[in-house]
Write a protein that binds this ligand. Structure first.
Ligand SMILES: Cc1cc2nc3c(=O)[nH]c(=O)nc-3n(C[C@H](O)[C@H](O)[C@H](O)COP(=O)(O)OP(=O)(O)OC[C@H]3O[C@@H](n4cnc5c(N)ncnc54)[C@H](O)[C@@H]3O)c2cc1C
Length: 287
């Protein structure tokens, strides 16, 4: 590791000031960044610790009944708060899958997003719930849909010096549910060979009026399966519809083969996990 300096701002303005320094990198829990620095996959001259900026850790309500999540809140903070498990359970499921208790105590939601790993577990549920990213930087403030945040493995649309300042979770319709499943060879401390997040909203006749399918580890960024979503729209929420949508999801993806699984294996997992997650959603909506 090269010589590093460390800054610990306590305000958003202080963080922005520190991040304007040459070679500055935002540091949250460090569970991705410190490993990458040690392995010389990333470089930094200044680490700007965002965990002491109170507003970046806050969890609050939006005026319309959604939730504002500070990116430096750890997975444990979010699970203990109770509002994520109650109102956004698929996101809570994914946070509970990250690493181990120790990793969840350190690792943050913002870090999981900004690290931009194609396998990141929290991203598919965020896409499913329609999350927005509020960004603050030298050019001012802007809000983008989470799906527009990613450019490639480890690459985001954050401009130089820009901070992810809030993740906004919109209120959910009464007849909507989401579910997240991943496949890993080990039960813990492993990353997804495939992850599948699904979200369904039903109309008064129990037909699907809106759907989102978000997949991890099958492309350079987390992706939505538009064909699977189209196969669900205006159809009854039943096994036949789900099987067709899951097949469409499989045909939508062109994953790579690597040490964790072949492309064919991943495609097969996409079909199985998508179908099972859709069935789990339907079960939630019936209960
Ligand atoms: C043993 C182990 C197991 C793991 N298992 C999993 C797993 O099962 N699933 C999974 O998805 N991940 C897993 N991870 C990866 C990691 O723990 C998560 O991605 C975690 O959420 C990262 O959060 P962090 O706060 O530690 O991020 P950091 O390492 O602090 O930061 C990650 C990146 O985000 C940037 N960043 C952080 N916050 C901001 C911000 N507010 N604005 C702009 N940029 C920011 C940093 O500059 C850095 O580039 C694992 C890691 C380890 C070491």
């Amino acid at each position: 590791m090269n010589q590093l300096s460390y800054e610990r701002p306590t305000s958003l303005a202080g963080a922005q000031h520190a991040l304007a320094k040459p070679g500055a990198q935002a540091l949250a829990g460090g569970t991705d960044l410190i490993v990458q620095l040690r392995e010389r996959r990333r470089k930094a001259d200044v680490l700007v610790d965002l965990k002491h900026v109170a507003e970046l850790r806050e969890i609050g309500e939006t005026a319309d009944g959604g939730l504002l999540v500070g990116p430096s809140a750890s997975a444990t903070d979010l699970l203990r708060d109770g509002r994520i498990p109650e109102r956004y359970p698929a996101l809570a499921t994914s946070l509970g899958m990250i690493g181990s208790r120790q990793i969840q105590n350190r690792g943050t939601l913002g870090g999981n997003v900004c690290n931009a790993a194609p396998s990141a577990d929290a991203i598919p549920p965020l896409i499913c719930y329609g999350a927005q990213c509020h960004l603050v930087g030298p050019g001012g403030e802007r809000t983008i849909a989470i799906e527009e945040f990613f450019k490639g493995p480890g690459k985001t649309n954050l401009a130089d010096g820009e901070i992810l300042a809030r993740i906004v979770l919109p209120p959910q319709p009464a007849k909507a549910a989401a579910h997240y499943l991943r496949f890993t060879p080990r039960r813990e401390m492993d990353i997804a060979v495939v992850g599948a997040g699904v979200w369904l909203a039903l109309d008064d006749n129990n037909h699907i009026e809106a759907a989102r399918i978000a997949l991890a580890s099958v492309a350079p960024t987390p992706i939505r399966s538009c064909s699977a979503e189209a196969a669900l729209l205006n159809r009854p929420a039943n096994a036949e519809t789900f099987a067709k949508a899951a097949l469409a999801a499989k045909e939508d993806v062109t994953p790579i083969s690597d040490t964790r699984g072949s492309a064919e294996y991943r495609k097969s997992l996409v079909e199985t996990l998508t179908r099972r997650a859709l069935e789990a959603c339907a079960a939630q909506l019936q209960s």
